[in-house]
Design a protein around this ligand. Structure first.
Ligand code: CP
Length: 296
């Protein structure tokens, strides 16, 4: 594998190997050392979890990390992103972690910056894909509920604009998840689904669910025609103690973050006994170590 761009590029064996490796890092605390390697983080969109965990993952393996400050980089003088990447590759940086608002840009850059020793890692592109998030989410699910073919996963919220859900659908199909149901108001339902089904009913969608994944209301991505009254949304789709009780009593509550407390999720459940939201964050470091190691 030369790049880490989208889940559909992976085989089931590769996914299982990455999860096994990430769980090994978590369980043993034994980390390999790749002192002669360097990775650059290029985040053109805001991020806390993904940027910090890729940085920490690299540092855990003694990989040098360059966080390019895009406000002071030569892109402010007109350099195009392709030349930025070729420039840092010429300095010996072999992996570039990129987040960008443009769907498909990591793939485009991988095609344009042809160089056998350069690896592009997609840290989230527009509404298209967020493959490392899907991988850490699957790691979190596998760690608690390994019988994947018997699981019902319910995803709730702004499915239409969610790159997390696009990657999750591909990963659930690949891993043979029993059932994936996406719960969303009609305005926030996707035009195309690759796996699972969609419903507007929170109660029906959550019934017997083993995993409930709550999505952020992505206000920055909503078009004028896609705006919903947030009080109406809360009344019908928020994850609260009452609505979480529609799912199985041992269901995992997940959220990729960042959360809008009091909008799509209530603090009682976000901080409650069923929440694995901070475990997702913890797993993100180990999963990103496993992903970076692919290119060391
Ligand atoms: N889940 C996620 O991508 O979070 P950040 O935007 O904080 O990286």
């Amino acid at each position: 594998m030369q790049h880490f761009l989208q889940i559909s590029d992976l085989s089931r064996q590769q996914v299982e190997a990455l999860i096994e490796r990430a769980l090994f890092f978590k369980q043993t605390g034994q980390f390999p050392s790749y002192q002669n390697r360097a990775v650059a983080n290029l985040f053109y969109e805001n991020s806390t979890r993904t940027r910090v965990s890729f940085e920490l993952a690299a540092k855990n393996m003694q990989i040098s990390v360059i966080n390019l400050d895009l406000q002071t980089s030569s892109e402010q003088k007109g350099e195009v992103i392709e030349d930025t990447i070729k420039t840092i590759a010429a300095m010996g940086i072999s992996s570039v972690v990129i987040r960008h608002k443009q769907d498909g840009l990591p793939q485009l850059l991988a095609e344009r910056c042809l160089n056998d020793s350069l690896h592009i890692i997609n840290a989230g592109d527009g509404q298209h894909a967020h493959p490392s998030q899907a991988m850490l989410d699957m790691m979190t699910i596998v760690a608690s509920k390994p019988k994947l073919d018997q699981l019902k996963i319910a995803v709730v919220g702004d499915v239409r604009h969610s790159r997390v859900v696009h990657s999750l659908q591909a990963l659930c199909a690949l891993m043979g998840i029993g059932e994936l149901v996406m719960v969303a108001p009609e305005l926030w339902q996707p035009d195309v689904i690759s796996f699972g089904r969609v419903t507007t009913s929170l109660k029906e969608g959550l019934e017997d669910a083993d995993v409930v994944m709550c999505l952020r209301v992505q206000r920055e991505r909503l078009l004028e025609t896609e705006q919903l009254d947030l009080e109406h949304y809360r009344a019908h789709y928020a994850i609260t103690p009452k609505t979480l009780s529609y799912a199985r009593s041992d269901a995992l509550l997940m959220h990729p973050g960042p959360m809008n407390r009091g909008v799509e999720i209530d603090s009682e459940v976000a901080d409650g006994a069923q929440s694995v939201i901070l475990k997702q964050v913890q797993h993100g470091v180990f999963m990103r170590m496993a992903i970076l190691e692919l290119f060391c």
